[in-house]
Design a protein around this ligand. Structure first.
Ligand code: NIG
Ligand code: FE
Length: 422
């Protein structure tokens, strides 16, 4: 039986009450914390937490791993609910072209962008894709990520999309973190279907989606609903088909233009609407009062130089806003969730407490993992981060670019060992 006992933490952060699966905007500024506290985990679960002043921690047995966390914060691990972590090649050349003045859309129009990733991925072996992603995710775990959603969308034909799904499943079996797989075949219309988008849609609806479901490879469905990519009607057809198979939607909407995709996604009970850089009053109204989680990706705005999503408006409307990295080779080549939080604060005016909840509990909710992860609550997975000594919780996103993470546990096992362990 594995046991971990963290002692003398400056504070446990995100100690949301039993039963918390998501946190709405109005409650997000008040990050609950236990000061001068301990945390006990057995067999990968948090079994008790308490404050030294009022309750003694359980007696350690010889095999209990003791962690001395003086001066440090303990927080739930990051739940990154939107990534494209499986890819075959980086795209720095396109980035340099953008630095010289081309836009993301101009690069896509000349055959670059998502299509260039698809060419590279189709040519790559399953083993190569797996090894590359493994290395990337090992770095993400060291940066505190304990749950990760990974999308397909660089295969763009049945064979290559299924190859991506199999790679994601092998990663899930190999690595200790939680991984969810999202079928994003409707990420771009591949060159061979350029003149016949409807035929590509039929291929997804009648061939790929049924295969992915039959083989038990997809948890969610995604669509890039955007000018020049897929229409609102395409998205509706895909979300309806997915619903018939019991798959929820997590969709790319309003990244560059507002097409009415938000209202439509909400009508189809999408679990999350992601990006939202360009939001009209109508889009904001459509979302209000719904359970759909707005997932914001400030790393993409930073890297592409596009507007940031209206985080304050969404928080004021009481949405359970989530933050994710969007890790991908084109628009956000970083899966660093501390940096994502720093951008959310500096660029979107989220408070550090709001950003912490958006990157943990609400990210978990956006993957349907809100019951198991996202807070330091008894019964949840012992997947948490111990910081280096810091003055306050706000210092986590404040020291942007610094490595504030010291030690990371996933399911009660150490995946990064820092000075708190020595
Ligand atoms: O979330 N917008 C669509 N998909 C990705 C970018 C994919 C790529 O450029 O490879 C995004 O930004
Ligand atoms: Fe994305």
């Amino acid at each position: 039986m594995s046991r971990v006992l963290v002692l003398n933490a400056k504070a446990l952060l995100g100690t949301w009450p039993l039963g918390t699966t998501r946190v709405n905007g109005a409650r997000m500024p008040q990050l609950p914390q236990l000061e001068n506290a301990w945390l006990f985990a057995e067999n990968g679960r948090i079994t008790a937490i308490g404050q030294h002043a009022t309750e003694a921690p359980p007696e350690p047995t010889p095999e209990t791993r003791i962690v001395h966390a003086e001066g440090r914060f303990v927080l739930p691990g990051f739940c990154d609910s939107h990534t494209h972590t499986v890819f075959a090649a980086t795209r720095e050349g396109e980035w340099e072209d953008r630095l010289r003045g081309l836009t993301y859309q101009q690069i896509a129009a000349r055959g670059g962008g998502i299509m260039s990733s698809a060419h590279a991925l189709r040519a790559a072996s399953e083993e190569d894709l797996f090894q590359q992603a493994l290395t990337r995710i090992q770095e993400l775990m060291r940066m505190g990520t304990v749950a990760l959603e990974i999308k397909t969308g660089y295969g763009l034909n049945t064979e290559a999309e299924l190859k991506m799904l199999r790679v994601i499943h092998r990663l899930r079996r190999t690595l200790p973190l939680e991984i969810k797989a999202t079928l994003l075949a409707a990420h771009a219309v591949p060159t061979e279907y350029k003149e016949d988008r409807a035929a590509y849609m039929r291929m997804i609806l009648h061939e790929l989606l049924p295969r992915a479901v039959e083989e038990g490879l997809a948890d969610f469905l995604d669509v890039f609903c955007e000018t020049g990519y897929f229409t609102v009607k395409d998205m509706e057809d895909l979300l309806s088909a997915a619903a018939r198979y019991g798959l929820k939607g997590k969709v790319h909407v309003n990244q560059f233009t507002s097409l009415g995709g938000v209202a439509s996604a909400v009508r189809h009970h999408a679990l999350s609407v992601d990006h939202l850089e360009i939001m009209t009053e109508q889009d904001l109204r459509a979302l209000r009062g719904t359970d759909t989680i707005p997932t914001l990706l400030p790393g993409c705005s930073f890297f592409l130089g596009i507007p940031y999503a209206p985080a304050r408006r969404l928080l004021e409307a009481d949405h359970a806003v989530a933050l994710a990295s969007d890790f991908n080779p084109g628009s956000a080549p970083s899966g660093n969730m501390v940096h994502t939080m720093a951008l959310a604060c500096t660029q979107m005016k989220m408070l550090p407490t709001e950003a912490l909840t958006a990157a943990t509990q609400n990210g978990a909710a956006a993957m349907d993992l809100g019951k198991q992860l996202g807070s330091l609550t008894v019964g949840k997975h012992a997947s948490f981060i111990i910081t280096r000594p810091l003055p306050s919780p706000a210092a986590i996103p404040y020291f942007f670019g610094s490595d504030v993470i010291d030690t990371v546990f996933i399911h009660g096992d150490i995946v990064r060992s820092g000075s708190a362990i020595a």
